[in-house]
Design a protein around this ligand. Sequence first.
Ligand SMILES: Nc1ncnc2c1ncn2[C@@H]1O[C@H](COP(=O)(O)OP(=O)(O)OP(=O)(O)O)[C@@H](O)[C@H]1O
Length: 244
Amino acid sequence: MTETAPIRIEDLVVDYGADAVLTGLSLCVPAGSITALLGGNGAGKSTTLATLLGFVRARSGTVRVDGIDPGADPDGARRRIAYLPENVALYEHLSASENAEYLLALSGETPAREALCEAFRAAGLQEAAWSQRLAGFSKGMRQKVAIAVALLRRTPVLLLDEPTSGLDPRATADFNALVSAVRDRGAAILMVTHDLLSAANVADRICFLDAGRIVEDLEAEGPDRFDIRALHRRFAVTERAAAA
Ligand SMILES: Nc1ncnc2c1ncn2[C@@H]1O[C@H](COP(=O)(O)OP(=O)(O)OP(=O)(O)O)[C@@H](O)[C@H]1O
């Protein structure tokens, strides 16, 4: 395992009472790379994110976020993480700028106006939307506001939970380009998804989670990166095994 990787999980065991959910999960995401975590419903993907965020305690194993143990220091770990849940929660009555300023203030930061504009531009949020209230924003626009905040916070870790579900193909392509740009700035990105195509397009590594551990760990290779048909066959088999 790479000792310096911003996301390090080794032999992680998590249970909810009598139910073991993660049964020896090991996963490492180096700086400047994207790992997609796939697996059937209930495989434990969200639990993995919740453990990194310090919301769920490990029974055993090692979890480190930029060197911090989220079980011992959840606030320290969260300061190093930008997290996009499936549905980004923002304040409807505030504008995009006000939301970004408020969220940054929560982590003790006051961005210069020009830095905020630059982050919105980098996130692809059209200028007319910057001063608009969020009510009426699409999921894709909300994600751009959240990504702009992540860009300004410059956290070493970005966690994404089902980021492309419900996005149309154009918004999905925009989002994937944006996530690639965040990776190129050096972040370690863990993306939980059921979207095989997006995973194949942006991820450097695809891991399949089944029965609480990684059963397949694939690295992008060559210009085609991943064999999407083989991925589909493999993923469908994993899903059936999980459902059995
Ligand atoms: N707070 C909780 N208390 C008890 N059981 C839970 C809790 N959260 C999740 N579980 C259970 O743990 C298992 C893993 O759930 P998790 O949400 O991590 O799976 P997932 O891979 O993210 O699934 P999905 O693809 O459906 O979102 C499931 O069986 C779920 O019912």
